[in-house]
Design a protein around this ligand. Sequence first.
Ligand code: 5GP
Ligand code: ZN
Length: 136
Amino acid sequence: MRGEGCIFCKIANGEIPSNTLYEDEGYRVILDLGPATKGHALILPKEHYANLYELPDENCAEVLKLAKKMAVRMKEKLGCTGMNLVQNNGESAGQTVHHFHMHLIPRYDDGSRIVSWTPGEPSAEELARIRDTICG
Ligand code: 5GP
Ligand code: ZN
């Protein structure tokens, strides 16, 4: 399955060149063109799935295993001291390329906190209501 005109399909399948860190039958890992930090990489399945909702279960497991493999390698080779895995689904979540991808963002002891939010202060009742909405 290929996404018509999808840039990540073209990159993943080698039609558009990229700085490839890893490749196998099902995946390509590339350097992000607009990196958050040194070594920011993207795991791309070669098949086109728009987002996590479309990604088959077996690919979910493979992606996380590959993320671990790359994270171990980056820690060793880049000397990063932390690693954020970021995966956006839908425009409201910041997804701009609608071909599933997992961001690997190496972190360094430079004090920056790129992936962050201001914690809310929900009441216990509010949390319980949300739990019931999701689980009900
Ligand atoms: P999203 O916001 O969809 O989660 O992330 C898309 C990411 O893809 C961004 O970090 C952006 O810099 C990266 N990107 C977009 N187009 C290209 C491209 O043509 N090549 C590479 N290597 N990265 C890209
Ligand atoms: Zn695609």
